[in-house]
Design a protein around this ligand. Sequence first.
Ligand code: C2E
Ligand code: MG
Ligand code: MG
Length: 870
Amino acid sequence: MDISSYAAPLPPRQNAVTRRLAIAVGALFVAGVIAASVALLGIANRLDTEEISKTRFYSARALENRMTASKNYISSYANWTTAYEHLSNPVDINWAFTEQNVGKTLFTNDGYDGVFVLDRERTRYAVVRGQLLDSDVSEFLQIPAATLVEQVQGQSDLSIPVSVYSLFEGWPALVSAAAIIPNDARPLGDPRKTSVLVFVDKLTPTKLRALGSGYGLSNLTLAPDETLARDRPRVALDNTGYSLIADLEHPGQRLLWSLLPPLGVTMLVLMLLTAYFFRHALRSSQYVDQSFAVMQASNLALESANRGLEASEERFRAVAEAASDWIWEVDRALSLTYLSARFSEVTGYPQDFWLGQDIGQLLFCDTTPLELWLRALTEQTNTSDLRCTYRDHSGEQRHCRLSARPIFDQHVVVGYRGTASDITDEVAAHAQIQHLSLHDALTGLPNRNKLARYLDDALLLKEHAPALSLLMIDLDNFKPINDSLGHPAGDAVLQEVATRLRESTRDNDIVARLGGDEFVVVLNGMDSHAEIDKFCTRLIGSLHQPVVFEHHPLHIGASIGIALSRRHGYVPGDLIRYADIALYQAKSEGKNTWCYFEAHMSDQIQTRRQMEDDLRHALKHNEFVLHYQPRYKVDGKQIVSVEALVRWQHPTQGLLGPDVFIALAEQTDLIVPLGRWVLREACETALAWPPDILLSVNLSPAQFAVSDVVEDVREILVETRFPASRLELEITENVMLNDTDCALITMNALKELGVRLNMDDFGTGYSSLGYLRAYPFDGIKIDKRFIASISSGANDRAVVQAIIGLGKAMGLTVTAEGVETEEQLAILGKDQCNEVQGYFMSRPIDKVAFAQLLQMSRTDHPAHKKGRVT
Ligand code: C2E
Ligand code: MG
Ligand code: MG
């Protein structure tokens, strides 16, 4: 599953963006409004300014035009010959006023309020508002008449009129003055004497309004300067104190007033709309943000859930594909609905082959029907394992461990799912282990365990079961073969014996190997002596046949002990023990024979058992003691050595000699710890004695066989710091008999430790002189049997003499043991034996007594007094 399909890309926060956008748009809007307002105000201002200048311009132009018109009009009167003739001194009133050439019509038609004819001296003609008056012009005009006359007469061209503004009867008026001159070519004379015609055009509001309307000026009028605001646009009328003004339209302001309210309203509406829009946008963005946050949170949750899901899927895949497990699912009807990919790999079947089929067709359990087992799983927590078998695609039977859980849909079981672990190898390994645990690895025969099981089953029904005969077989002469020719030879012998035993028995019999050279045959349904005897004869005959190993014929034999279920009971352990006892008996009766168990044998064995237990106990509780028997020079006086001899301080039976327990200790391997104890104890004790006294310790042949005697001796020497050169080990010939090569190696190794070796009981065993040559002995001890008879029979003395001669010839120290009489000592002295040991000189005594003896013998020395202790 692609996680990206769930996790949307994360947008920036909408609220913040909208806020920024709102501020930006708001700022733009305000800037726009300000710019528009400034532009509008500028336009309005410019319009107003233009209007002012226009008003001023047209006002001035209207005045100028009125002045020009007035000048032209007065020129048409003054520059007229007839007028010159009638108005120069004196004024023709008739022509002027009565005939109305320069009279009343100028007021009524042309609007001149005053018509005057002046000269330098006085006012010659005066008509005011159409009325002829005899008044001086100065009564009406503010400007002095003389100034006006001089101004007119002072011009270079008298035909050009002069216009000024002056108050007339207190109100501004346009005063035009022109010299009254003929318009013909006659000479004028002194201009100072020319009369001056004056027209006064009083600038009344009516006239001005009419004048202004001609120029589009509204309400053109005059106002005293002091009444006008300083910035009021005006056209000043010279020094009259009045200015011409007109009403200002203020188009800019009008424009503003006409535009501002709707503009303001529009702006306001726009602002409100924008604010509303942004508020809405903000809210939306907030909502978007919140939704986004929620979405983000849910995205995160989703993402993490997805990650979890992915990990879980991954885990599932890993689990499903790893190991040898495959995963299965079935529906309510137990039809397979799912099989993981591993299924194909493990079983070799394509998944499709089995999908839709009943799981019971695939898997089989011989103890519980699969369906029953599945239906029993009713709880979610119910899990269980079932071992099943199936045939894989190649037809091989395989084993699997099935685990299952019910699948629920609304509390109803709708199917099951689980795993199947392939345990074929495990089962095979288990079977192998089972086999190994029940069989002997070398021969493949059932071992002691399997025999025990077999007997348990076979004897379960006691007398109702078929009779059983249990034959315990021990091979004769096996140990020497094994020891001398090595284990391969021993193994070959054992395998061959196993084969022969199997061949001699029937299918319902059992042949087992208990270990070493001990075998058991159980004859099923056979218990007559005649039959058994026949069988044993055949068996011994078969085993007596030589076993060929590497072209060498190896000869073995067999002893058989027999126990019968019907006679001796139905307890397997007892039967084996009885057969063992009978075997013991058979061996003691001579080899290659068989013996049936008898009750009395059991007692002997029982005693032996008890003894064995006691021996173990004794070892544990330090019940052993050492006695010491000195060895003398042949003179029987000078102690040269001392032999440690073990005794058992038995709690009930008193002090027991080694002949009672050493053999048993050897048979049970207790000889090893016992031998170690003796050596250690002897070394520790002898350390207190003079260094020229040697210490003899007996070693059992069994110690050679079952322990590393060299290491034991070395260890004890090191630990006790007893000098190896003072130690002498006594070994009987049997050591050499058991394992010739091995014994030689061991003895050489012992010699290398620096100890002496003495051959004990020389003459009792196989007494081969060859051993003496081959083995590194330092001395021999002639067995007491010979010594006992040297004084009585010449033959034994000759043997002893021969041994002494031979021993000495080989450089060995010859000791005679068991010297009980003075005579014997004397003979040995004569025969030049080296050393003597025996009750005659001293019995074995405890360490305290021996120390005293030593003391005494030393004190007595050199008198060589004989110290006899009994
Ligand atoms: P052995 O090593 O030949 O010891 C000599 C045996 O002869 C001893 O018997 C000793 O008491 C006995 N003896 C000594 N002088 C005379 C005598 O003049 N007349 C007679 N009739 N016997 C005499 P013991 O102590 O009963 O030992 C018997 C055997 O037990 C020993 O024979 C030795 O083979 C074995 N043995 C004793 N102690 C040990 C031991 O610590 N370890 C081992 N492996 N064997 C031991
Ligand atoms: Mg000895
Ligand atoms: Mg001896």
